[in-house]
Design a protein around this ligand. Structure first.
Ligand code: SF4
Length: 332
């Protein structure tokens, strides 16, 4: 169970039920009042090497930005929801890049307002929309602190239209299993070979736990997707990912294998990641490989065309071989 070193909070969170609950839950944790969760001067001044320690704090505020961004993959809209950042430290986490050093976990207590906007947008639309609520954080992890996923599913299940989806790298799903969700929730489990989880995805659940969580969620009636993401082209990548696909085939239940869908995403990286990681995790592997990566906009890198082409062929071929009836939504 995550116990923060300190809580940085905006004064007005006390006007919200969740704000009051969290202040009570952590009454023995030191508290620092802040004006704005987006701009905590003390945090901005921290050295890169303090990155992991910084993530042991919890920031609690009110979300002011509620802009939906159109999306054309599993969901129709990316929606800012109840948290941003995370207590784990995956070395490639894109939140690091977007928010630089403030990738620590921020919780937003105005959940009623955020869910209400989703419900109204769903009801106004002609088509049945799907909303991605987990693009800024990991909601399964967040749920262990706030119970927000349970609250969300309970308050969304009886609405007339729309679905919610979120990705996760965590296995703490037991609280979701008894819920009545009425088929309105798509859980997408993100997986990587155990060696990559070990060397790169610090603080997340192990592969066995994630596979077990998928099977349990499917038994509880949830629609399931698997994200093989991000694919990291280490020297032995073919061996690692083939082993992963075979393990999924062997250990996922028949129910899951009936209709699980796949998304495959290749890693992108950045100069900021390199700087933070070499100072915060000096003994970790270096994910930047100049021989197979190339620039993609200012300070950003992705894999060269030739590697991506090989990756696409590899995943198409092997997913087809081991999951012949399952859909691959995209490989990017
Ligand atoms: S679990 Fe997700 S949000 Fe958390 S550090 Fe890893 S990639 Fe980022």
């Amino acid at each position: 169970m995550f116990k923060p070193n300190a809580i940085y909070y905006e004064k007005n969170i006390e006007n919200y039920i969740l704000g009051q609950e969290l202040m009570k839950k952590y009454e023995d944790v030191p508290k620092i009042e802040i004006d704005n969760h987006n701009n905590i001067e003390e945090m901005r001044k921290k050295e890169n090497k303090e990155f992991a320690i910084m993530k042991k704090n919890l920031i609690i505020g009110v979300r002011k930005t509620h802009k939906f961004v159109e999306n054309h993959k599993v969901s129709d809209y990316l929606v800012p929801y109840t948290s941003s950042g995370c207590t784990a430290s995956c070395m490639y986490c894109y939140l690091v890049c977007n928010y630089n050093k403030c990738a620590y976990l921020r919780l937003f207590v105005n959940r009623e307002e955020m869910l209400d906007k989703i419900i109204k947008t769903a009801e106004k639309s002609d088509k049945d929309l799907t909303f991605e609520i987990g693009s800024n954080s990991d909601l399964v992890l967040e749920n262990t602190i706030t119970n927000n996923l349970v609250w969300t599913i309970n308050n969304f299940k009886d609405t007339n239209k729309g679905k919610l989806t979120f990705p996760t790298k965590f296995d703490m799903v037991d609280d979701l299993l008894p819920l009545e969700h009425k088929g309105k929730i798509i859980v997408r489990m993100s997986v990587n070979p155990e060696e990559i989880i070990d060397k790169v995805e610090f603080g997340t659940s192990r592969l066995d736990g994630r596979i077990n969580a998928i099977n349990k969620l499917k038994d509880a009636g949830y629609e399931i997707g698997i994200l093989i993401a991000p694919v990291i082209f280490l020297e032995n990548w073919k061996e690692l990912y083939l082993e992963l696909i075979k393990k999924l085939e062997a250990e996922l239940s028949n129910e899951v294998k009936k209709d699980v869908f796949f998304e495959v995403i290749f890693m992108t990286y950045s100069y900021i990641h390199t700087k933070i990681n070499e100072e915060a995790f000096p003994n970790a592997i270096n994910l930047y490989n100049k021989d197979i990566m190339t620039g993609r906009g200012k300070g950003k890198y992705w894999y060269k065309e030739e590697i991506r082409k090989q990756g696409k062929e590899f995943f198409r071929e092997n997913l087809k071989k081991y999951f012949k009836d399952n859909k691959i939504i995209y490989i990017v």
